[in-house]
Design a protein around this ligand. Structure first.
Ligand SMILES: Cc1cc2nc3c(=O)[nH]c(=O)nc-3n(C[C@H](O)[C@H](O)[C@H](O)COP(=O)(O)OP(=O)(O)OC[C@H]3O[C@@H](n4cnc5c(N)ncnc54)[C@H](O)[C@@H]3O)c2cc1C
Length: 622
């Protein structure tokens, strides 16, 4: 990508030099600045302004306290400025945000050439699928069909397949574009991150703490970038959905065939030990030594080559997202996909759906008439779309958001781990799942990109980066209460406030992960607790956590659900137990929105099974 001078960020070179001093062996700040500016240029305007303001604020602080901008200082003085800044909470937050940004790009770039060369030498394990995809630019401005499906991800793909197999003329509209394996394997990691995620991966749930909430966008949706871990919906969750929400189709015996179908569609199998990699093996070793239930995770990645890149698109087509199975199967049954078509609204007349209006990239519109519309645009976008369509009247639409918040902990080992050599998400510890709602999963990141969790700044951080191959990473998710909400109709604004109960569970999850790493032999552990960046014993970990405020931890989330819950109670649930949006005829919802609560496990299988059940109901109803 060419560097556009309009997106220059004054003072960024100094920030790069302060976070990763070149004098200590950090990357050339001039080169890193350009890579960062290219990435930030792809952010939506508010995030771009926030990054710019952070950089300018940091330099202004340097000038105010020392009379010089960061770049004019030597490495020691730059570090002193940053340390002074961290004594103020708002300064600490700004610095952490910028550090994460610098490390994401620096880490991604550090391994980019090696990564591209290594994986271009490996043949894809399967070719791209035969998809009937037409970019919206080439689709007629007016057309009609039996059913429009909005969104081509987990829910939309399988719903479209069932409907097409029933002989209906189905058109799937997808805002993102199609990515081929050739494009993925030849594009630099940071650019893949920017391309494959909505808003270049900057989606966030606002609150204390703010929680990164990335969402995929493309033909295949988030399954293009997810980690591939598969869990059947736990029976206790299904019983709650059946009995509390009145969702009859969630009855465990009625739901089992849909779970089986989703499982088979994705060809789910356990992660084999010979490709798992050291990161997962250390997790298993630590948990086994503690006597905790654990094992390889099930995933839809066979035959996985262990390249650890599923979060930025699999370069060998092993990760079996719906673009490689349910979507081509839908197309084989004559469904058609229109890409780069953002649906602006679902149209309706006299209380009945009549179709959709979508926008092409050039701003012109595409009108498709259809008596049935399935909305599967994801937990945030489905809500805003329904509001834009004048269908957002239900008072609970957008409420009830659960995100399955996740914390990460890293541990440093004497021997090399090379966490990025193996499966990205590989081994699970179930010991505390039923009892405390905590699910631990050994999770690495694409090479270099996990360095954002390393402690320190300046020279210490460069030293950490240089030995990042000795660091293992775990993540844990908390089955949470619905503590968030999606606002907005043009753009989704997501708010989420961790409840006290879930905050305590996050802290407990950090303890559990720290103990696993120590039991596996970690020399030191990075719990991510402000004031305690490094702990060296289980006792030090307990001390650090005794006073830890969950609102000060770095959290991320990957599983938003529940914003248009399906259930029997008309007042509580915007969607009825068969998946029909209340208040209009001819509109169904079939994505993460309709899960009545957090499924307490990685959700793609649950979403697919619910969408299959909804689509089956549509076919049966005729
Ligand atoms: C990094 C990451 C890792 C994950 N790992 C796992 C995992 O290991 N296992 C697991 O089970 N889950 C995982 N998940 C979550 C899982 O992938 C998602 O929960 C699931 O794919 C969501 O499916 P969905 O059908 O709700 O739609 P979404 O993924 O939200 O997709 C909706 C689609 O609709 C399109 N769209 C949105 N608005 C419009 C519009 N107006 N017009 C047209 N199209 C539109 C979007 O572009 C998108 O392609 C992960 C998620 C992330 C981000």
């Amino acid at each position: 990508m060419l560097h556009d001078p309009r997106f220059r960020i004054p003072g960024l070179k100094g920030v790069c030099a302060a976070v990763l001093p070149p004098e200590a062996g950090g990357p050339d700040p001039g080169v890193l600045r350009i890579a960062l500016e290219q990435y930030v240029a792809q952010f939506p305007v508010p995030s771009r302004h926030a990054a710019r303001a952070g950089v300018m604020g940091l330099n202004a602080f340097s000038v105010a306290t020392t009379g010089k901008t960061l770049l004019r200082h030597g490495p020691e003085e730059r570090e002193q400025v940053l340390h002074r800044l961290t004594t103020r909470p708002e300064g600490r937050h700004a610095l952490e945000g910028l550090k994460a940004l610098v490390l994401l790009v620096a880490g991604g770039e550090r391994y980019a050439d090696e990564l591209l060369a290594r994986w271009q030498a490996v043949e894809p394990v399967r070719p791209d699928a035969d998809l009937d995809v037409t970019p919206a630019a080439w689709w007629p401005s007016r057309s009609s069909c039996d059913v429009v499906v909005i969104g081509s991800c987990a829910g939309g793909a399988v719903a479209a397949r069932t409907l097409a197999r029933a002989g209906l003329d189905v058109v799937i509209l997808e805002e993102g574009r199609r990515f081929t394996v050739d494009e993925i394997r030849t594009t630099r990691p940071v650019q893949r991150f920017a391309d494959l995620y909505r808003d270049a991966g900057t989606t966030v749930a606002l609150g204390t703490p703010p929680i990164a909430l990335p969402i995929g966008r493309g033909v295949g949706g988030t399954t293009l970038v997810n980690s591939g871990t598969c869990y059947r919906t736990p029976e206790a969750v299904l019983l709650r959905w059946r009995d509390d929400a009145g969702l009859k189709l969630a009855d465990p015996s009625a739901f089992a065939p849909y779970l089986d179908d989703a499982w088979d569609t994705l060809s789910v199998a356990p992660v084999p030990l010979d490709v798992m990699g050291c990161n997962g093996k250390l997790c298993l070793q630590g948990a086994e030594r503690l006597g905790w239930a654990c094992g390889p995770l099930d995933h839809n990645g066979a035959p996985c080559q262990g390249c650890c890149q599923s979060a930025i698109g699999c370069p060998v087509n092993a990760k079996y997202g719906v673009h490689l199975n349910a979507l081509p199967q839908a197309c084989a049954a004559s469904a058609r996909i229109v890409s780069e078509a953002r649906v602006l609204r679902v149209t309706h007349e006299a209380g009945r759906a009549t179709g959709v209006v979508a926008r092409r990239l050039d701003g012109s519109t595409v009108v498709i008439q259809a008596p049935r519309v399935v909305v599967a645009a994801g937990a945030a976008e489905t809500v805003t779309l329904l509001r834009r369509s004048g269908l957002g009247g239900h008072p609970q639409l957008g409420h009830n958001l659960a995100i399955h918040p996740a914390a990460g902990v890293m541990g440093r080992f004497d021997d090399p781990v090379v966490a990025w050599d193996g499966v990205l998400q590989s081994a699970g510890v179930d010991e505390f799942h039923e009892s405390e709602g905590i699910l631990v999963e050994a999770t690495a990141t694409p090479p270099g990109m996990g360095s954002i969790g390393l402690p320190g700044i300046g020279r210490d951080l460069v030293a950490q980066l240089d030995t990042a191959d000795h660091v293992a990473g775990l993540g844990a998710m908390i089955g949470d209460e619905p503590a968030g909400r999606v606002y907005g109709s043009k753009r989704a604004i997501i708010r989420y406030e961790l409840t006290a109960r879930d905050g305590a569970r996050v802290v407990r999850a950090v303890e559990v992960m720290g103990r696993i790493l120590f039991a596996a032999g970690a020399r030191e552990v990075y719990p991510g607790v402000p004031g305690h960046p490094v702990v060296r014993t289980v006792e030090e970990l307990a001390d650090a956590l005794a006073s830890a405020n969950p609102k000060g931890l770095h959290l991320a989330a990957f599983h938003p659900t529940g914003t248009a819950g399906a259930g029997a109670d008309e007042e509580r649930y915007p969607v009825d137990p068969e998946g029909r949006l209340r208040g209009v005829d001819g509109v169904w919802v079939a994505d993460a929105c309709i899960l009545p609560t957090c499924p307490e496990v990685n959700p793609q299988i649950s979403i697919m099974a619910l969408a299959l059940a909804v689509a089956d109901g549509m076919v049966t109803a005729g």
